[in-house]
Design a protein around this ligand. Structure first.
Ligand SMILES: [Zn+2]
Length: 202
């Protein structure tokens, strides 16, 4: 007896010629070629590829944030510039260890790990490399995302900036601050566009 049940999940329609194709044999393949018109059909969501690109951009921008100062101020002839990593080091030097650790954890470690997990998840989904289990990556992604408080950091810079107006001769946001905002957007988008289904499978 012929099996009547058709698994809709495994059927893809060619967007050019309308031919219905079964993707059963190509479960791990990223794309499929239509046998009739030779059109390339993407099997996995493009959103997730965007996620990868945003994660890579995030890492590069994070590097730049630590090169360019966030804020720039002059105070009775003294000129001060501070980068993200400077501010974390300052906290450690001031012996406010608890605050320093929390800041380092939520502003540096968690966001960096989050972008790395996205990249590793992609590498593992497209290659045979298996460094971590899907569960570990999936849980890690959610954990690192919920422990990233970049927006709190941005807000604290803005508050510092406002408080400094009038107290110091001149204060302004520096290049690093604008890169930081761009970074936050990329970080947010890399998580927003990440579709666990197309990367992790089920
Ligand atoms: Zn076709």
């Amino acid at each position: 007896m012929k099996k009547m049940k058709v698994d809709v999940e495994n059927i893809i329609e060619c967007k050019v010629c309308g031919l219905f194709l079964e993707k059963q044999d190509e479960k791990d393949a990223y794309e499929l070629r239509c046998p009739r018109c030779d059109t390339r059909l993407k099997l996995k969501d493009e959103h997730s590829v965007d996620s990868l690109l945003y994660a890579i951009s995030s890492l590069m921008l994070f590097g730049l944030i630590n090169v360019f100062p966030l804020i720039d101020l002059s105070f009775v002839g003294i000129h001060l510039q501070t980068t993200l990593i400077d501010s974390v080091i300052t906290l450690f030097d001031s012996n406010i260890f608890l605050v320093a650790i929390i800041v380092f954890f939520t502003i540096v470690l968690m966001p960096l790990l989050n972008s790395l997990i996205i990249i590793v998840a992609f590498i593992q989904s497209r290659t045979r490399l298996r460094l971590f289990t899907k569960t570990l990556l999936y849980d890690g992604l959610h954990f690192t995302k919920s422990w990233t408080f970049m927006e709190v950091f941005i807000l604290s810079i803005v508050v510092t900036y406002i408080k400094l107006i009038g107290m110091v001769s001149s204060t302004r946001f520096d290049v690093g601050f604008y890169i930081l905002i761009l970074y936050s957007v990329c970080f947010y988008m890399s998580n927003r566009k990440f579709e666990s289904k197309s990367v992790f499978g089920e």
